[in-house]
Structure formats: C-alpha cells, structure tokens
Design a binder for this molecule. Structure first.
Ligand code: BGC
Length: 774
C-alpha cells in the first residue's frame, strides 16, 4: 500500500470513528454527570435527614449489634428490639432469612422516630449456602473470571436471604501457615492477591450496588492482620513501611480501586497503634492517599479490645477510635454507651460524630434502602435462587479446579473406574467438614461426605469400601477443639492398633487405597493457629500401615493451610490436595481422582519442608550472603545446618495428568525506555496424552535498585487449555509500569537498569532471559 492511500484510509477511519468517539465521550460525560447528580441528591437527602436527627440518633447509627446467628465471640447485645425502636441501631450483624430480616427492618421503619432502615451484614466469604472452596483453595484456580462468578453467586444467594452487606473479601497477605486464617485469604503473593481482591469486589457488588441481588463489599482486615507474630491469631504485627507498601498494602488498595463500599479494620496493632485506633492508617493512607470514601467498620468488639491493648478505659478508647476515623462499631457498643458523655465533656467533636453518621447513611443510600427497605426480603427469590442447579454446577467446577496435584509417581492417578477402592481415614465419611471455615450458612447435614459422593458418582462401576482407620487426633481434647461448630468426625475409642488393623484388613483386599487425611475444617480459620503443621502422628501411622500393604496409595489431603508433608512426599506415590472444597467437594474430588477432570490448581502459598523454615515465600530478598548456585549449605552463607533453603512445594507449583513443555523465551528487543515496551513470548506445548489446563507464569527480578528487591515477583500469568499435541504462544507486554515499586521515600518508581524475566510452570521451574530498562 502506498503512503497516500494509507493516509487517506487513516483519515477516513478517524472521520468515521469521530462521531463514535464523540458519542462515547458524551456517554462518559453523561455518566460522570449522572454520578455527580446522584452525589448531589445523596448529599441533599442526607443533609436534610441529619438536620432532623438528635445526637443520640446519630450515635445510634454507628451501632452494629449482632442478631446472634453466627458470632465469633460472646454476643454482648441485648434488647435488640427496644434499641432498634429507640433509634440506637444502624445495622444488624448476622441475622438472615427474608422473614426475620423483614420483621427486624419493620421495627426500624415503622417504629423508630425517623424510620431509617437498617443494613444487614454477615460473613459471606466463599459462598453463602452454595459453598465454594475456601479462599486459599479458590486462589489456587488462578482464574479471575471464575472467582468473580463465585462471589456473584454468593451475593445473589445472600441478598435473596435478606442480607445486603458482606464482610468480604479477606485480602490479608500471609506467609505464615501456622496462622489459621491463611485459609481465608489468597496466599502469599501481592500481585495475585490484588487481582483476586478486585475480582471479589466486582462479584459481590456487581454493576449496581442498589440492585436487589448485590451486596456491599467490606474488604478486610485493614491492615497487615496476616503478619501476626509467631502465626498466633490476633497477635502483634510490626513491619517496615517499605514492606508494607510493596507487599502487604496493595490488595487492600485494589479493593478500594475496585469500588468496595466498606472496609473492616483489623485487630492487630501496627507500629504500636492498634488498627482500630490508627489515625495514620485510616486518614492518611485510606482516605488521604487512596481516596476511599466508603464506610469504615471495626472488627468484632474491636473498640472494646483497645482496653486490653492498654489504650485506656472504654470511654477513652471509644473517643480515640472515633477520632481516628472509625464510623461503625461492631457489636461492642463502646460508641453507643460513651460517645454522648464524651461529647458533653468535650472529648469528641460533633463534627466527628456527624462524619461517622454520614458514612453509615451514605452506605444505606447507595444500597437503595431509603427507596425500598425490604428489597432484600423476597421469599420467592430465596426459594428459587439459593442452591440452584447452576450454582451447584459452578461449585463442583470451582472445587475441581482448586485441587492441587502435589505428587503422582508412575501415573498412580487417575484411578480406573473398576475394581475395589478402599476409602480409609477420619475425613472420608464426614460431610460437615467439606465446606471448610466460614461457612456459617452451610447445610452441614446435607453436605455429602467423600464416601457418599464417590458412591453416587461412580454407581456400580467401582466397589467402594470404607474404614475409619484412625481418629482425627489421638488426643480427644485436641479433637474436640478441632471439630467445633457442628463439624463432626466419627471417633472410635478402641486402641489405636485395633482401628488401624481393621482398616489394613479391608484395604488389603482392595485394588487401590485412597487415604482421606489431614485437617478437620476447624483446624484452620479464625483462632485456629497451630505450631505443628504436619499431619497428626496417628494419621501418619495409619498411612505407613496402609503403604505396607503394597497396594497403590493415594493421599487425598484435606487442609486449610500449607502443611509439612516431607515424609508423605517421600513415601506416598500420589498426593492430591483438596483443601475444603465446599458443597460439591465430594463429587469434585471423585471427578479428579477418576480422571473426568484433569487437575490444574497451582499453589498460592509455599509448602515448607519443616515449620522452622516459616516464613518461607518465593519472593524473598537475595541477602548479602546468598547461597551459591545449586548449593544447599555453605558456611557463612544465609542457610540452615539441618535443612536446605528450598521449600517442599514452591509457590505456583501443581501437576497435571498431562505434561507441558516450555519453549525458550523470545523478546521483541532486549532493552526499552519508559513509555515503550518489550513483548515477551513463549510457546507451551501439551506433550502428554490428555487435554489439560496450564497456568503459565511470568516473573521479573530487578537486579539493581536503590533498595533491595525480591529475587522474583509475579507480574503476569495466563491459564490456558491445551489438547494433546497442541501448542499455544503466550505473550506479555512488559512496560515500565510492571517494574515499579515503592522506594524508601515511598515514591512509586521504575528504576532503569538490568532485569531478568522468568517464565514457567511454577516460581521455580522457569526459563529466563535478561532485559534492561533504559
Ligand atoms: C473476624 C471477622 C469477621 C467478624 C464478624 C471477627 O472475629 O475477625 O473476619 O468478619 O468476626 O463475624
């Protein structure tokens, strides 16, 4: 094509596109205008309403008592009905069903002086009645579309059941598997965690917060809750600003950027000030630097706990929390009982009470509650939409995609749909553990156990036999602590050898043994920290006895955290990590074990070789004394005498029933200037005999910086599906934006210099190439 022709065509295209661009611009302008108009409407409405409110009524809006259905502490609230009528309640936490919510809403709307509707919140963490895998499991899918869909379904079901506010997503980065709540987050990585944070907010809030099938998101726990010292829940955190801004804060910010309507402050202290009283965190970072304009709520009794943190008495700490930026007080009633007195004594300002009240009213306005306070109370919807066929189908798919195949020697898996399978272990015949932690609305009695699910899916093709094999934990008291909230595991009080012996007898006559072992669901989650994160000794004894039969053994591992599996990795031929997979877990596990679904999950948290390595994570710093290439011990280098620095399973790791081979990385050039980019591409081929999904991971390393930089950082990934023999070329456009970090002045910059790009199937199994930013 000659240049003139190209020019004419280009001009024609521009002329043609102009009206479209103009229309789009006008549309955007209209949207922006509509937004401002809406804000003007909202402000006028709230000004008017607040003009009519007494101080007591304003303080009442800041109160979030419990409805008592599912709580994590002793419910301190009484006389809910009287308080609602007196205008002393802004919202109710943990009260569900259209009927109960309607009744409670009526108290506010028909009987309180100003008829201000209530908001209704609960922990909707990984599904509502249809439960998806625990968040750590869901993150192992690396599938943002899927994750968003699960949150959309959770919101659809919860809003059909009367709720309009979800205390979710939990976006705390954690690198300490002793901490039980690592199960509730998305693992150790900042970039992946940020993407998931945004996907969850989009799923929960949908396009329209005022629609009757969306929930207001409440990202949590702001901030750094996942960095609790010693992995002990609620413990102190202490961190440099450098680490905070680069590694821990981005997922919270991602939730703000995705438009989350609210945030929950964390229990821990930060730099000596508990988050609930931390003005810097709420006002400088959240409101100031990030421009968050939503609602700030405490965690459960967060204000009262400031007394135990040692900040003063209830009146003093309530005043301090308000002044620091808290808008709403969950459960503790510190605000309700002390703020008026503090105002009279000049210890808080009217302006702070007004600010907090306005934030609560704004949330209600945005949810559309002033227009229709009963919009989430449609019993017909609840019947039709909760646990619908489509929701269950997605739960089964999400569960199967979350499983991580950790080992598969000699293609032990998939199993044949024939012969006899001995399903042994304390986690084989319990349905109530399947949903995992934070599944307060699960129908525990009707959730299938693995045994029931296998029998249903396999029908008569496979003879499934079962034996308990051993107790979950030999210490009965420990087992009691580990099976709370109705999560039952059968217990057998006969001598251990007898129970194991019985299982070995049954297993010896089978073709293959599936051992369902690991943690019960309440061994991870809130207040479930562990110092020994291996499989309990009695379960390992069972495993050893089963291996001695000489039959192939598959370990189906239930866990809410990375476990220490060094012995199992050495001795057991196949290990499938199934987390806690939710309502349809039993069927999904069967799908994967018997090859109807090819596993594709990849770990989002490192599995250590032993607990002494913790915290261990892939994006660590190099140190001034790194190990030499290929070494595992060198004197006067950063390492241990007794174990190598390597993890047992690295971040990004997970096997498939097929094999993928990676070509070499191609770069469009080897250096670029800011404003320009480099295109990296790599070809991945399915060299095995089964169709499968692979998660292709791109990492960079900044080799020289004004501050120390991690040895690898995830920057991009793609999940692809390949048929046997099929290849796909994946490209990634690297820009200076991908290379930015917070320097020690907390400026977000990309520094020119040498970089490495790594591409591969895990954070360890990678190809590499050098490039530089000019
Ligand atoms: C947890 C929060 C939760 C709240 C309400 C607290 O104990 O830390 O994550 O949202 O309880 O259930």
């Amino acid at each position: 094509m000659n240049m003139n022709k190209l020019l004419i065509l280009t001009i024609a295209a521009i002329v043609q596109a102009a009206p479209m661009a103009l229309a789009q611009r006008n549309k955007n302008k209209n949207l922006a205008l509509q937004k401002t108009e809406k804000a003007v409407d909202m402000n006028a409405f709230i000004d008017d309403l607040m003009g009519k409110m007494t101080v007591e009524e304003k303080i009442g809006q800041l109160n979030l008592p419990t409805g008592g259905e599912a709580t994590t502490g002793s419910a301190v609230n009484s006389d809910l009905e009287a308080k609602i009528k007196a205008g002393q309640v802004g919202g109710v936490f943990s009260l569900t069903t259209p009927e109960r919510v309607r009744k409670t809403q009526e108290l506010a709307v028909n009987h309180s002086r100003l008829k201000i509707p209530l908001i209704f919140g609960q922990d909707v963490i990984h599904g509502y009645k249809t439960l998806f895998p625990i968040p750590l499991g869901l993150s192992a899918t690396w599938d943002m579309e899927l994750i968003e869909k699960t949150a959309r379904i959770a919101a659809t079901e919860a809003s059909a059941d009367g709720l309009n506010w979800a205390f979710s997503p939990m976006v705390d980065i954690s690198r300490d598997p002793r901490w039980g709540r690592i199960s509730e987050g998305s693992g150790e990585d900042t970039y992946l965690g940020s993407l998931i944070s945004a996907a969850m907010v989009r799923g929960l809030q949908g396009h329209d917060l005022a629609a009757n099938n969306t929930l207001m998101a409440c990202f949590k726990h702001f901030a750094l809750y996942g960095a609790a010292e010693s992995g002990r829940d609620y413990n102190t955190t202490d961190m440099s600003l450098h680490r905070m801004y680069n590694e821990y804060l981005p997922p919270y910010k991602a939730a703000v950027d995705a438009g989350a309507g609210s945030v929950m402050m964390s229990f821990n202290d930060i730099n000596g000030t508990p988050a609930t009283a931390n003005k810097w965190l709420m006002q400088d970072v959240l409101r100031g630097q990030w421009g968050f304009d939503g609602l700030i709520v405490t965690d459960y009794t967060g204000i009262n706990e400031l007394v135990d943190h040692g900040l003063g008495n209830l009146q003093e700490v309530s005043a301090r929390a308000l002044e620091a930026g808290i808008d709403m007080d969950m459960v503790g009633e510190g605000f309700l009982t002390t703020l008026k007195k503090s105002l009279d004594e000049g210890k808080v300002t009217q302006a702070d009470i007004d600010r907090a009240c306005r934030k609560v009213l704004e949330a209600k306005y945005k949810l559309g509650l002033f227009q229709d306070p009963y919009k989430y109370c449609d019993e017909g919807r609840a019947k039709k939409e909760i646990l619908s066929k489509e929701h269950l189908a997605l739960a089964r798919q999400a569960a199967a995609e979350s499983f991580v195949l950790l080992k598969n020697e000699n293609n032990t898996l998939p199993l044949k749909k024939a012969g006899t399978v001995a399903l042994i272990g304390p986690l084989a015949n319990t349905g109530s553990n399947m949903p995992g932690t934070w599944s307060v609305n699960a129908d525990l009695e009707n959730t299938q156990s693995l045994l029931a699910g296998m029998k249903e899916v396999l029908g008569t093709s496979v003879n499934v036999v079962h034996s308990l094999g051993t107790n979950l934990l030999s210490d009965a008291k420990y087992q009691e602590r580990a099976t709370m909230f109705g999560r039952e595991i059968p217990r057998d009080n006969r001598p251990e050898e007898e129970i194991i012996g019985e299982a070995v007898n049954i297993a010896s006559n089978a073709d293959v043994i599936v051992a369902a072992l690991g943690e019960a669901s309440e061994m991870s989650g809130e207040s479930s920290s562990r110092t020994d994160i291996s499989i309990p000794e009695n379960q390992r004894n069972l495993l050893e006895a089963l291996l001695k039969t000489g039959k192939p053994v598959v370990l189906v591992l239930f866990t809410g955290r990375p476990l220490v599996l060094t012995w199992e990795q050495e001795h057991v031929p196949a290990i499938l990590n199934v987390w806690f997979g939710g309502t349809e877990a039993a069927k999904a596990i069967t799908d994967v074990l018997f090859g109807d679904v090819n596993p594709s999950g990849k770990l989002t948290a490192t599995f250590p070789q032993n607990v002494g390595q913790v915290p261990i994570y892939y994006s660590h710093k190099n140190t001034g004394r790194p190990l030499g290439e290929g070494q595992w011990f060198q004197k006067f280098r950063s390492n241990y005498l007794d174990v190598s620095n390597e993890p047992l399973y690295p971040f990004g790791y997970g096997l498939s029933y097929t094999n993928f081979s990676y070509g070499d990385i191609q770069l469009s050039k080897d250096s670029f200037a800011a404003g320009d980019s480099i295109t990296a591409s790599i070809t991945v081929t399915n060299t095995g005999s089964k169709e499968g999904k692979e998660i292709v991971q791109f990492y960079t390393r900044d080799l020289v910086g004004s501050v120390t930089r991690p040895v690898k950082e995830l920057k991009h990934f793609e999940k692809i599906s390949l048929k046997p023999g099929e290849s796909k070329t994946i490209t990634f456009n690297i820009t200076a934006e991908h290379l930015k970090f917070y320097n020690n002045e907390l400026q977000y910059v990309a520094e020119p210099g040498a970089f490495k790009l790594f591409v591969g199937s895990s954070s360890q199994d990678v190809k590499e190439k050098d490039f530089s930013l000019l």
